[in-house]
Design a protein around this ligand. Structure first.
Ligand code: APR
Ligand code: PHB
Length: 394
């Protein structure tokens, strides 16, 4: 027998986008149901980037989930770009007046789950066969299965927060949806280790052998990455091989401070730029990775998702509280403008900092010239800095 449910907003996907939207709506007394095809332990275990823009921090504070972030997050006033051993500091604070906070996305997700529990609203985990329908009707529906039972949710709006491989984007008719994509010819091999970071701030390095990034999760836990081949498998990379390659790419001066230990986690992620337009179809609204992907250089994925949710939650609030649909009507156009600017930055930083197999000696010289220009020009450094700390919402 099919179980019927009614709610105001049905949120597909319980990543940071879906959880934050639920939290904002819950604060305003708007009812939501969240569905996810995974369970909470799996979702909380996913390791992703960890740099929060000031706007993201403010959004999490407004959502009432910033206490642990303020206690445990590390405020960073700058970071380094390095090119064949030459380091240039981007002084975020001096160039923009603001800074970023290093706090893992895993932790953001955990904080949001606790808040959701406190609100006591409905969750369905481990669901399958999720089908959003009747998107242009007054009451769209979302069908799904859980533990062998069929469910159907009738709602006012569907929020498609189900990530890159979700079903929401695919529910938009093919003749309406436009997609734009670039797949990069390499991946990132990431390693997590319980050792103090090699440097107090992040270092993004372009070395002739490939990109490397030194990041962190806390004063005693580091997150390091190196560019690897798409054909590589994690099993090709013993810890020893990783450490040797990472140290080489950082250069001897920086590597002198590197402390190694057995890895806690090691994984390979591909790099992709992707945007789909529009981000609204009828009463379905897409947000976060469901609509766009950025390569991780610059750590914009989570921040971009949160920016979507800030705009979408305000638009839904205007509908329910003031009866105004203007912000829902302009949602897609408004957020896509910013999405494309952030796509541009992530693509540009990725292009500058990696070794591309197809690059000719001319393009390699162009990379070097761009780095030298950034290192010698306050205007160029500020351009990087203002993007890194986060562009304004509109
Ligand atoms: N039905 C229900 N849930 C689904 C489905 C589906 N068919 N497909 C995917 N999901 C769930 C996933 O299990 C996941 O928990 O949707 C959620 C999507 O979460 P994320 O992928 O984290 O996407 P988002 O919340 O937009 O977060 C954006 O997280 O993915 C990173 O790099 C990204 O940092 C960015 C941020
Ligand atoms: C991370 O800490 O995982 C991280 C930091 C910065 C990035 C990407 C990833 O640009």
């Amino acid at each position: 027998m099919t179980q019927h449910h009614k709610t105001q907003v049905c949120i597909i996907g319980s990543g940071p986008s879906g959880l934050l939207l639920a939290q904002f709506l819950g604060q305003a007394g708007i009812e939501t149901i969240i569905l996810d095809r995974r369970d909470r332990t799996y979702i909380e275990g996913r390791i992703r980037a960890g740099v929060l823009e000031q706007g993201t921090v403010e959004a999490l504070e407004e959502a009432g989930v910033a206490d642990r972030l303020y206690a445990e997050g590390l405020r960073h006033d700058g970071f380094d770009l390095a090119f064949d051993g030459t380091r240039h500091r981007i002084d975020l604070k001096a160039l923009t007046g603001t800074s970023v906070v290093v706090y893992g996305q895993t932790e953001v997700t955990k904080d949001l789950f606790v808040a959701r529990e406190n609100q006591g609203q409905r969750f369905f985990f481990d669901v399958s066969d999720v089908i959003p329908s009747d998107l242009k009707a007054d009451k769209p529906t979302v069908a799904f299965r859980q533990n062998g039972e069929d469910h159907i949710v009738s709602c006012d709006y569907i929020a498609g927060c189900d990530g890159f491989r979700g079903v929401s984007r695919a529910a938009i008719p093919a003749d309406v949806l436009k997609t734009f994509e670039r797949v990069y010819p390499f991946g990132w091999l990431g390693l997590l280790v319980d050792q103090p970071p090699v440097s107090d701030e992040l270092i993004y390095a372009n070395h002739t052998r490939g990109f490397a990034l030194a990041s962190m999760r806390s004063p005693t836990r580091s997150r390091y990455y190196i560019q690897c081949d798409l054909s590589d498998d994690v099993s090709d990379w013993s810890d020893d091989r990783f450490w040797e390659e990472f140290a080489t790419r950082l250069g001897p001066d920086t590597a002198a401070n590197l402390k190694t230990a057995p890895s806690l986690e090691k994984s390979i992620a591909p790099l992709r730029s992707f945007v789909s337009e529009p981000m609204r179809y009828g009463n379905l609204f897409l947000a976060g990775d469901a609509a766009h992907i950025v390569p991780p250089t610059g750590a914009k994925g989570l921040n971009l998702a949160i920016a979507d949710i800030r705009v979408l939650s305000q638009a839904l609030l205007a509908h329910y509280k003031d009866g105004s649909d203007h912000h829902l009507d302009t949602y897609s156009e408004t957020v896509l403008k910013r999405v494309w600017k952030v796509e541009r930055f992530s693509w540009q930083l990725s292009t500058l900092m990696h070794q591309f197999p197809e690059n000719t000696p001319f393009e390699k010289r162009m990379q070097r010239a761009e780095f030298d220009y950034i290192a010698s020009s306050e205007a160029a450094s500020r351009t990087i800095a203002e993007n890194y700390v986060g562009l304004p919402l509109e």
